[in-house]
Ligand binder design. Sequence first.
Ligand code: 4AD
Ligand code: MG
Length: 477
Amino acid sequence: MQRTKIVDVINSQPTNEAVTVMGWVKTFRSNRFIAINDGSCMDNLQAVVDFEKWDAVLLKKIAPGAAIAVTGSLAASQGQGQAVELIVDQLEIFGESDPSSYPLQPKKHSLEFLRQIAHLRFRTNTFSAVFRIRHYMAFAIHQFFHERGFYYIHTPVITASDAEGAGEMFQVTTLNLNSIPRTEEGNIDFKKDFFGRAANLTVSGQLEAELAAMAFSQVYTFGPTFRAENSNTPRHLAEFWMIEPEVAFADATDNMNLAESMLKYVIQYVMEHCKSELEFLNQREQDEDKQKPAQERNEMGLLDRLRFVLSNDFERLTYTEAIEILKQSNPNKKGKFQYPIEQWGADLQSEHERYLVEKHFKKPVILSNYPKEIKAFYMRQNDDGKTVAAMDILFPGIGEIVGGSQREERLERLQKRMEELHIPQEEMYWYLDTRRFGACPHAGFGLGFERLILFITGMTNIRDVIPFPRFPGNAEF
Ligand code: 4AD
Ligand code: MG
């Protein structure tokens, strides 16, 4: 089918040559003006029909949601906000849309309502902006790593290792759950399962990425990850996408530098390539803010927040320094934290992270050198015997957006830590082999893709930045 995209005609000059545009009707006003959108840009094209020339039955079919093709010439627009409009010569209806049952009316719908019709919400301005930005962000991430000589490694979605987050994994099985085979001891006999052993959906591609980094030096993964934690929050999904670079011959500082430049690169890229989407979302947030009490409004607009992150270094401090700040903080002294900070060693909750970034530093923060007790077994042990070379990056409005570390490359230390944490070493022989054959200092991190989308779009619920969110009690669509 021959069609011209709206993005290619919207700012062109008037022409007598016939142009065909295909898309979905947004609105049809006065039996004359059709606003058509084809998803190629934020803007609708205005098509003008002369209702005296057309059959009334046909005109009735031009209803919101209908898929149509219009052919005609481009004339200078009389209306505001567009250079040209299409004067319709030919009109074809591909698919009608019954206005009495089409859920998207030309009015503002709540995000909660739109979540229930996620199969149609792509057609709204907000989700059209969010998901185009999501695309550009994914593209920018690949470009960032490619430009720096990283290789994209596809790590498995199904895995038999559960080293990272035991207890939070989704099991994968083809066993008949109504008659589960048992061993003589009465346990589930996974030997009879598809893989001959218990298998899960991955929580992270890191361990496999480390294997590849021991050959390619610089690799990254970018894939779906799954966590069965029962977290019903606006920051957690059961299925989310994670970007995990892994770099050989790199230490904790290199790791921070890489993460900070990647985050800035992606933000910069979106600011350059998604101007109208960001302007739309910026305006949307401003309008929303007007409905809110003053203390709940954003101190800075969306575009200003993005510019601010680009033009400032992230604040870097250690966990120990952060604990001191938190201990002395007003909310801690006044008992305002749900989890008061009493001593070194406390795990940081999102309320603490947000205090640090939003109230204290008022900018992104990189926290490093956490107590080893609250971090994973593979993180490199510092000389103090208490901390590991971990880093978390905290963003305003979001909290943790990146988690990573320099890895423990010293075999004995790694084994000792695994022993302490009762992680079976026989099963993980392949991971330990990288420490046996050509171990080297290396580091990496994981960026939660949807959390970065939240920051860049200004959306506030993670369920609104992934097309079909998975969370406890919901796997619709
Ligand atoms: O901090 P996490 O658990 O780190 C890892 O999985 C490491 N293996 C990463 C690495 O070093 N290669 O997760 C990394 C990031 C978090 O900072 C957060 O942004 C995001 O993944 N994340 C989630 N995003 C949405 N929903 C969830 N349930 C998430 N859990 C983590
Ligand atoms: Mg983490």
